[in-house]
Design a protein around this ligand. Sequence first.
Ligand SMILES: Cc1ncc(COP(=O)(O)O)c(C=O)c1O
Length: 384
Amino acid sequence: MSDSFLPFSKPSISEQEIHDVVEVLRSGWITTGSKNAEFESQFSLFTGCKHSIALSSATAGMHLLLQAYNVREGDEVITPSMTWVSTINLITLSGATPVFVDIDKDTLMTTAQLIEPLITKKTRLIIPVHFAGAALDLDELYALGKKYDIPVIEDAAHAIGTYYKKNHIGQQGTAIYSFHPIKNITTGEGGMFCTNDDHLAEKIRRLKFHGLGVDSYDRETQGRAPQAEVLEPGFKYNMTDIAATLGIGQLEQIFKFNRRRKEIAQQYLQAFNEIEGIEPLQIPTYEMDHAWHLFIVRIDKSITGFNRNEFMQRLKEQGIGTGLHFRAVHEQKYYSDHPFPDENNLPNTEYNSARICSLPLFPDMHESDCQRVIQTIKDILLKR
Ligand SMILES: Cc1ncc(COP(=O)(O)O)c(C=O)c1O
């Protein structure tokens, strides 16, 4: 094994950001406060969405969403199985039924054509995923939502800095972003719920903090009485000012971060397009700008003689980390033991679930790291 391990992802945190976080720690106000307000308004400026509500995670945002729409037993939510488990867990825990929609074989994103036949009278929400930093075909999806009067909610965990037809994604409605450490910007853990819907924004703000309608910062700055009362039962999903401070510093660097991600992705694309047995995802043909959250390849055992798991193991033995985004949720133990009635066939989801692997991709990767990944993969695949 090579002595220095190259992880598949690593956050880029500057001395300035560390300094700013320390300042907040010293300030006497570390929970939700002015830094949250600043982060939210910067995020709205960046995405062009009217309301941004900072949360403890994107998963929290998904939970609040289901609660805000009162999704319950007997309801259906259409979403891919090729997603992070949290969406499916929350739908299941709400008592509703996730209806799995298949994906395009080469972009891993679902489409309006795949979703439409699954719509029933019970469908309450459609939650497609912008995958790996590429944009969904939003015009078609919003047209479908409008046709059936069903809200489309963009899972934008991978899509900070993703543009669709020159506009940042999420501008047409509601999107939920993640700031987990592997994402394009991080707050340690965190998420942002963005919407143009005034009523939904008010509801999410209330539900994120016990259903009080105010938080401690409102009370401090707007002279509200400390004896706020519950307007409806809510949760505690607010972001700390420690995290928001990091978010502000990270957001300032998003264009620099994503430019570097793109440079690395272009080198990978060039290198792997020439090699048999390893197939990168395809880039959608409609107009969009990729945020390159992940660089995903598929391993074809019929050519390589070994499968994805063995490929990952061989890279690990050479000191190179990889990720798996994602193992289809319906194939994981709980969900394969408890299948939902009338589960659909998901051939493209299953094809990819068995073959995909995410390669190292993060802004602080050096040129030599990138060349090392390419050369190691060439050695593994060409000298088999
Ligand atoms: C597609 C997708 N949705 C939602 C989430 C949940 O994000 P968080 O970890 O911030 O809760 C993730 C996280 O990896 C994700 O990849």
